[in-house]
Structures are given as C-alpha cells and as structure tokens.
Design a protein. Structure first.
Length: 340
C-alpha cells in the first residue's frame, strides 16, 4: 500500500488530484439550525421476522410497549414478499438470523437490491456471537445486531437510535430535490460547523452535489457526526455507549456544547473532480485509532457505537484517514458501485 499524502492544509486535502484548484465561493451558504428531536414514543412501523412464535410474541410485546406498530412474518421469504408488495408498510426491519425458506442474511441482501427498500434500517437478532457471521451481516447491510434473549433496555436504545436515523432521512429527503436543482453548477462548497444540530443540514447540502444524494447522505452524516462528537466534544466510544445505555446522550452532548472547554470548529468541504466528487472533513480533536473502525468489526455489530465509519467506508468508493485521523477524505465516483 502506498503512503498517504502528507497534506499541509485542508485545501490541499480537498484539491488533491485536481489539475487546477477551484476557487472558494465568496460567501459559502450557512446551514439553518435544526430543532432538537422531541422525545416520546415514535409510533413507527416495525416488521418483525421471527420463526419462533414464543420469541416473536416476547419481542413484539416489548416493541409495542415502546410505542411501535408491529407486523410479523415467520421467515425471510414471507417478509420479502410483504415488502415487495408494499414497501411503505414498515419503517424498519427486525429479523432473526437463522430461519427456514429465507434467512435474515438472505432477506437483507434482497432488500438492499430493491430501490424501494435499499435504505430501510435492518436490525438482526442472533443467538450466536460468531464473528464471521456478524461481519458478513454488516457487509450485507445489517446496521445493528441484538443477541438473544433480547435485553429490553438495549432494545430500547437500539430502536431509539434507529428511529432517529429514519427521521433524519425523511427530513433530508424533503430538501434534497430542491437543493439539487441549484447545485448543479457548484464546483466547491465549504462549511464550518460546531453543533450536532448543524450536521443534518450540512450533510444534506453536501449530498446535493451527488447524482444520487440519498445514497451518500448516510455516509456524510456519519463522518460529520464523528467530527463533532469525537473531534469537538471529545466524546469517546466507551463514554458514548454508557450514555446511550443510561439514556443521557442528548443531555451530555448539550452540556458539552455549552461548555467553553469543548469549543471548536469542524470543517467540511466538497470538490467536484473530473470523474466524481471529493469530500473532506477536519476537526480540532487529537484524532483516534481509526484503523480498527475502517472495516466491519463483529464487536461493532453488537455494541452501541463504532459502526458509522465502517458504514461510510462501504458507501463511498474510497475513504482515507490522514495523520492521526482528524482529517478524512471520501471519494465518490460518478458511477458508484452498488451500496447500502
């Protein structure tokens, strides 16, 4: 593997590979603040795929208690048929790994191939911690693993995080189309941000440069979240997992946002290339051991944190961390490979 360029500036990272650097816009657009997500029951629809009737009844009861509308299927083939017929009948899928007819992994791969369900969050239930199986599932597009028997507290945290993702995608979808019409002639765009509320609008604007913005939106949001949470707020993985478990993550992020000790600015930019788009992100943090997160890790599948970077690496054609990891570039080719 060749050595990564030793960039001396953020501009050098963004413009690397261009014959002629593009000038900065005179007045980069500033994102509007986004209201924090309200608490309470989401009322979203979950398709629960489980061949064990007793397990299906228990998990369905837990989900109903959390305010979710639950529909069940006995195997992957039945679930796939239901979603092919009516993709909007579910907002997310919670599926067992091993089932007759079509297992959870096969269901995931089929849903990822369908345009109507390729972005639908998939959570997999497993009774085994087999590393190869978990890594295979993450590669296929599983976003989270839950071990059996399901812990109610962990289920609640995972479902809340997944619900937040669905809400963010819906909000972004409402604005991406209008953005794209005015972004076709933009060659480079730059942003400064420092709060969690700015991540969604910045990701939406950056994604608007792509031919298929919804395909890159998740990856952009993951890299921006890392820049703010870890780079500015210095929130490590263990501390974040603990706050997620305790239900105090939003309060902790708000506390750090208001604390001058965590003041700082993250930079985000997008530059059109002759054959695609280069995105770059830099934060004021000390960096982190990014090497262990760049590829799917079984431990990330079962844990509450650590999957975002691996997910971004699967979405973009190339993701490179430079130096200590507080500068990252992500390249999207004009004709990207199939992604989830």
């Amino acid at each position: 593997m060749s050595a990564l360029p030793d960039f001396q500036s953020f501009d050098a990272a963004v413009n690397h590979g261009l014959d002629v650097p593009q000038p900065l816009p005179e007045a980069p657009p500033q994102p509007a603040a986004v209201a924090p997500r309200p608490g309470g029951s989401p009322g979203m629809r979950v398709l629960l795929v489980e061949d064990d009737r007793m397990a299906a009844m228990m998990v369905s009861s837990m989900l109903s208690d959390l305010g979710y509308q639950v529909e069940t299927a006995q195997n992957g083939a039945e679930a796939y048929a239901l979603l092919r017929e009516a993709p909007t009948r579910a907002d997310m899928v919670l599926t067992d790994r091993f089932m007759p007819a079509l297992d959870g992994l096969g269901l995931t791969r089929r849903l990822r191939r369908e345009p109507a369900t390729q972005h639908m969050p998939i959570i997999m239930l497993t009774g085994t911690g087999d590393s190869a199986s978990i890594a295979e599932g993450i590669e296929a597009g599983v976003q989270q693993y839950l071990t059996k028997p399901v812990d109610p507290n962990l289920l609640q945290q995972v479902m809340q995080a997944t619900t937040r993702q669905v809400e963010q995608r819906r909000a972004a979808a409402r604005t991406l189309q209008s953005h794209q019409a005015g972004f076709s002639n933009i060659q480079r765009i730059d942003f400064h941000l420092r709060t969690m509320a700015e991540i969604a609008p910045v990701a939406s604007l950056l994604a608007s440069l792509a031919d298929n913005p919804e395909k890159v939106l998740v990856g952009l949001r993951e890299l921006l979240t890392n820049a703010v949470e870890h780079g500015i707020y210095r929130l490590g993985g263990q501390a974040k997992a603990q706050h997620l478990t305790n239900g105090t993550l939003d309060a902790e992020l708000a506390r750090r946002e208001a604390d001058p000790a965590y003041a700082g600015v993250a930079e985000a930019a997008a530059q059109r290339l002759p054959d695609g788009i280069k995105f770059a992100f830099r934060d004021p943090g000390p960096g982190f051991a990014w090497q262990r997160f760049i590829r799917p890790d079984p431990a990330q599948g079962i844990g509450l944190t650590g999957r975002g970077i691996a997910r971004a690496a699967l979405i973009f054609n190339k993701v490179e961390f430079h130096g200590t990891g507080n500068l990252v570039t992500a390249t999207l080719a004009s004709r990207a490979a199939t992604i989830w």
